[in-house]
Design a protein around this ligand. Structure first.
Ligand code: ZN
Length: 315
């Protein structure tokens, strides 16, 4: 049973969230819209852990761009009810309907809100790999979320994306130029980031983080996550919008790339020399702890998970 639970949790990509769950649980259900730049807004969840009865499932951020021809929405939250709250919050800013949705990835807290937008959305866009993962784990995610929120999340119709991309692309939505960038499965299969080249704003989903350690998962690809972070840092975004937690700057991306690449290199080299997991963990913590424990709120619990997962990936 434990194995099954582990598998489900793992498949939903919630490992990273579990370790920080409870640290910042907040009962607020105020879907406040934060202006980010001209025509760009965020709705940031005050809760960064798993969906819980207290947060009624609301644990992830969405962001939107008001174009001349409708709203472009990046992610839709963890449930149909949350999607409706997001919709209402958007309507407090603009009369334009949500016309296009990007689902950054397959984890349920980023797309189950799709159901609230079927009346106006003409396209719901994700990658082919994220789509396949949603199909596989969507029904299980509904049950899992209903259970861990004790039903407070409400019922949700599964509404899947209508357009599956096989590679990154440039597009114009209304009058806004956008680049959809593939993260090469860095956090999970088929993650997509969104880049506004004129405004220099990057929308990261769970590929990018601010106060928290990077969200590596067992079904993501750590070396590709490092490469993606390095590539995004090179774009030198002025604003970085994350899937959980507050907005940040290019500095966080550089910090995450440096941390992940140091840990990965150390784990890889030590594993080759036949060091045990405990030895590696204590060496990595000793070497990186003083620099990074002040840069992340969850360095201590998360570095252990990072080393364990990266060690496992060497085998
Ligand atoms: Zn995720």
């Amino acid at each position: 049973m434990l194995k099954i639970i582990k598998h489900i949790t793992f498949s939903l990509g919630l490992i990273g969230l579990i370790t920080i769950g409870g640290l910042a649980a907040n009962q607020s259900t105020n879907f406040k819209v934060t202006p980010i730049a001209k025509n760009v807004y965020s709705i940031v969840s005050p809760s960064k852990g798993l969906p819980t009865p207290e947060n009624k499932g609301w644990n992830s951020n969405v962001h939107f761009v008001v174009t001349g021809k409708g709203v472009l929405l990046f992610d839709t939250g963890s449930s149909e009810a949350i999607g409706h709250k997001i919709k209402k919050a958007i309507q407090s800013i603009t009369d334009q309907p949500v016309r296009w949705i990007i689902n950054s990835h397959s984890h349920a807290d980023h797309w189950l809100g799709n159901a609230a937008f079927t009346d106006t959305a003409t396209e719901i866009i994700t990658s082919d790999q994220a789509f396949a993962t949603m199909k596989k784990h969507g029904p299980g995610a509904l049950k899992f979320y209903a259970r861990i929120t004790k039903g407070t999340i409400g019922s949700t119709r599964l509404v899947y994306p209508t357009l599956q991309l096989t590679q990154g692309q440039k597009r114009t939505f209304g009058d806004v130029d956008v680049e959809l960038i593939f993260a090469k499965n860095g956090h999970s299969p088929g993650d997509i980031l969104m880049w506004l080249p004129k405004q220099k704003i990057i929308f990261g989903g769970d590929v990018l983080s601010s106060d928290w350690m990077p969200m590596i998962t067992g079904h993501g690809n750590v070396p590709n996550l490092i490469k993606t972070l390095q590539a995004i840092a090179k774009l030198n975004p002025s604003i970085v919008l994350t899937g959980h937690g507050k907005a940040t700057t290019a500095k966080s991306i550089k910090r995450d790339a440096d941390l992940l690449s140091s840990v990965w290199k150390q784990v890889k080299a030590s594993h080759k020399k036949g060091k045990t997991l405990d030895e590696i963990l204590s060496n990595v913590s000793a070497k990186l702890g003083s620099k990074y424990s002040v840069l992340y709120q969850d360095f201590v619990p998360e570095i252990e998970r990072h080393v364990k997962l990266m060690y496992k990936l060497q085998q």
